[in-house]
Design a protein around this ligand. Structure first.
Ligand SMILES: [Zn+2]
Ligand SMILES: [Zn+2]
Length: 353
């Protein structure tokens, strides 16, 4: 056995994370060890760190599930399940679905109740090395990173895969007018996908001027400062009074839900993409859905197929990842990486162990 060590950021409990030396993982039967090159900080990491209950996270645990790196060890028997080679650059979606339940068998593996995930149940990417368990290797979690994609860009494949999932739920059609609430990294990913999907107009509501500017650059038809402008009036103006065909909530504020329903056209679609901290409880005016015949959907994580599509989008040239990454920190500064994400001073913040 190897007695080599590695540096890792270990989540110990609410508000407690410590940089530690841990044994460097070795590849057991069926396992693959990845040297982490980049791991992006997700809102979910912040929620876990700040004490929000998240299913399947048992400290001490290395968090981080937006992962890119290179293969440094292959366990015995791995070749039966993957063609991956030593030294190859790879990215992994975090979720390991059971592949036996009704959800897995009907294309909804992201909803699998036995799904375990890297950075939740298993140690994740805020460390120098990470092991992909045999079940993950078997179920095809190891994706080669296309040559034209940097490791930092590849670390965005996971959040983009979740956006691909939400985008499909929104069923954006040619000529649609889409309203996106929030121009953080997720809102800006939605904006770009909606553009590629043929939307006629994309309206983006965002209080930060810097984020509105970026939304303009990435193809927004009109950006709206909801603190200074009447959002509902702006949507009416842009849609001849009908309301938006599709509304995407990329921020999770419960008290906004009725407003989202009210600015959607009759028969339109609303995707509640962002999670709600706490219970997410709010009073919904159910008649807005009833009389408007609205279709309201949620989005939870991604499938492996969503992840494959996200890698294609990132490497295809029509999707801009670089403007979404504003900060890069070494592992020793992970506390700062979390703080920059929490404060909203950055968009995607990437840790490079
Ligand atoms: Zn994430
Ligand atoms: Zn399942």
């Amino acid at each position: 056995m190897s007695s080599e060590t590695m540096r890792a950021a270990v989540f110990l409990g609410p508000q407690e994370m410590e940089l530690r030396d841990m044994p460097r993982p070795v590849a057991g039967p069926g396992e693959v060890v990845i040297k982490i090159a980049a791991c992006a900080v997700c809102g979910t990491d912040l929620r876990i760190f700040s004490g929000g209950k998240t299913r399947g996270v048992y400290p001490p645990r290395v968090l981080g599930h937006e992962i890119a790196g290179s293969v440094v060890a292959l366990g015995p028997g791995v070749e039966a399940h993957t063609d991956v080679r030593l030294g190859q650059r790879v990215a992994t979606p975090p979720g390991i679905p059971c592949l036996a339940c009704r959800f897995c068998n009907t294309g909804h593996e992201n909803l699998c109740r036995r799904r375990a995930a890297l950075g939740y149940r298993y140690d994740g990417g805020f460390a120098e090395y990470m092991v992909v368990p045999a079940a993950g290797v078997e179920r095809g979690l190891i994706f080669p990173i296309p040559d034209r994609l940097s490791d930092v860009e590849a670390a965005l494949a996971e959040p983009l895969a979740c956006v691909v999932n939400g985008h499909r739920k929104s069923a954006v059609a040619l000529g649609d007018v889409v309203l996106i609430i929030g121009a953080g990294p997720i809102g800006l990913m939605h904006l770009q996908l909606v553009r590629l999907g043929g939307a006629r107009k994309v309206l983006v509501s965002e209080p930060s001027a810097a984020r509105r500017r970026l939304a303009d650059q990435l193809g927004a038809t009109r950006t709206i400062d909801p603190d200074a402008e009447d959002l509902a009036a702006a949507v009416k103006e842009e849609t001849g009074g009908d309301g938006a065909d599709v509304v995407v909530a990329a921020i999770g504020v419960p008290r906004l839900v009725n407003m989202l329903l009210a600015v959607t056209r009759p028969g339109g679609r609303v995707n509640l993409f962002a999670g709600y901290s706490g219970t997410g409880e709010t009073t919904v005016e159910a008649n807005l859905i009833h009389y408007g015949e609205l279709v309201v959907t949620g989005t939870n994580a991604c499938t492996r197929e969503d992840f494959r599509q996200a890698l294609h989008l990132l490497s295809g040239g029509q999707f801009q990842a670089a403007p979404l990454v504003t900060h890069r920190f070494p592992l020793e500064q992970i506390a700062e990486a979390f703080e920059v994400t929490r404060s909203g001073a950055g968009l995607r913040v990437v840790v490079e162990p």
